[in-house]
Design a protein around this ligand. Structure first.
Ligand SMILES: [Zn+2]
Length: 409
């Protein structure tokens, strides 16, 4: 009696489990979780308490799994978001939508951007200084001896290709060649759809416009930014885009690393063989090793790297690590950080004497070393910059780092 009774109980519990499984698969496929909860209440009313308990355990599992997936999705979304059109050191406030892209750039940079006329004043001012020779970055990198001051206008197109084209055309009208780097992880360039990279159809027109303007065109290297997207090898993305630009007629000689070391724990230039700043293996936000030294510049036909960062011979690793991990302080609008970055950089040397950055509306910074003495001028105007350039010692190599979106109005 007892035995047969327990067999009968077992069989009833097996039936109940089987019924539960069928119900779960039916309901999980067809209903949102909230309706499922309502359904469980109804089952309890019908006296199917065991089944309800079993289902509740399963639904809790399903909900946990949904949370895990949602968390992963939001971290991926946030990464892609950060690669878009956010001003350096600012939070994203707009969606990644190309339909009103120009309007978004205008809104995002409204507070930071100077008039386009300031760019004309800069170029005119540089040309007017007799001891200056304005050369593209590929020529500055040749390190030729010169009695003149060599000045390069490097344009990192983080967000605004339209203003960049306008700048290239202005330079052409003055017979001067600047250097422009397209950012392959910016949404104006293209976007990943799952693992398929789709370039913005307008990109080809911009590339042609730069070629016609006679400027130097290169890639703003964000290999380690691209590597943050799960399943993507940023080094291969960079290589692919070098080939793509060349296939459209670009005489591409160089790249310039986007962002600085605190962003990814590595400078983007470290994707190239021999450019590792010190021995270590940084990883992405999901723990995947960054493709350090994965590409060979010589094999790719690249002749220089446009940030002009070179490894230090006797690096103080502790100091370099501390600077690398100071993500909170790393901003071009932080005076102390910029001073250290430009004049006493603990992780690299600069193969130019001074760098001149625009960091806000008519706010400029000059930093570097001349005859091993630090040079640093913070929060100065365009007028101050031109004054400084006209008094630089002969033979100075000066690199302007411009983001077109700061001079677009
Ligand atoms: Zn950049």
């Amino acid at each position: 009696m007892n035995e047969s009774g327990s067999q009968s109980d077992l069989s009833s519990s097996q039936q109940s489990a089987s019924l539960s499984r069928r119900l779960i698969s039916f309901v999980a496929k067809s209903w949102p979780v909230r309706s499922f909860r309502r359904f469980l209440v109804q089952l309890t009313d019908f006296g199917l308490r065991d089944t309800v308990e079993c289902l509740e355990t399963r639904i809790t599992d399903i909900e946990t799994q949904i949370d895990v997936v949602n968390n992963r999705l939001s971290s991926v979304k946030e990464t892609v978001w950060k690669l878009n059109i956010v001003p350096i050191g600012k939070q994203a406030v707009v969606s990644s939508n190309m339909l009103n892209y120009e309007q978004q750039v205008a809104e995002n940079y409204a507070d930071l951007s100077d008039k386009f006329d300031s760019y004309r004043r800069l170029v005119d001012g540089l040309i007017a200084i007799d001891q200056n020779m304005v050369v593209p970055a590929c020529e500055l990198a040749e390190e030729m001896e010169s009695e003149l001051n060599l000045v390069t206008l490097r344009h990192d197109i983080d967000a605004d290709p339209v203003t960049a084209v306008r700048m290239a055309r202005y330079l052409a009208s003055k017979g001067v060649a600047g250097t422009f780097y397209l950012l392959h992880t910016a949404i104006y360039y293209g976007e990943f759809h799952n693992h398929l990279f789709v370039r913005n159809p307008q990109l080809v027109d911009w590339v042609r416009a730069f070629i016609v303007a006679g400027c130097e065109l290169g890639l703003h290297n964000d290999a380690f930014g691209a590597s943050q997207i799960p399943g993507i090898n940023g080094a291969m993305c960079l290589k692919e885009e070098i080939n793509w630009l060349r296939s459209h007629g670009v005489n591409l000689k160089g790249t310039a690393g986007h962002n600085s070391l605190p962003s990814y724990g590595a400078e983007n230039s470290e994707v190239f063989l021999g450019r590792r700043l010190w021995s270590r293996q940084p990883v992405t936000i999901t723990g995947v090793p960054l493709p350090m030294e994965a590409l060979n510049e010589q094999e790719l036909g690249l002749t220089y790297e446009g940030t002009f960062a070179v490894p230090q011979e006797d690096i103080d690793v502790e100091l370099a690590e501390a600077f690398a991990h100071n993500q909170a302080g790393a901003s071009i609008r932080n005076e102390q950080w910029m001073k250290q970055y430009l004049t006493e950089n603990p992780y690299c040397q600069w193969a130019v004497d001074v760098q001149i950055w625009i960091v806000d509306c008519n706010k400029w910074v000059i930093g570097g070393r001349i005859d091993d003495r630090p040079v640093f001028h913070w929060d100065i105007t365009l007028g101050d910059v031109l004054e400084y350039i006209s008094t630089m010692p002969r033979g100075t190599r000066a690199l302007f780092v411009l983001h077109p979106e700061y001079m677009r109005q």
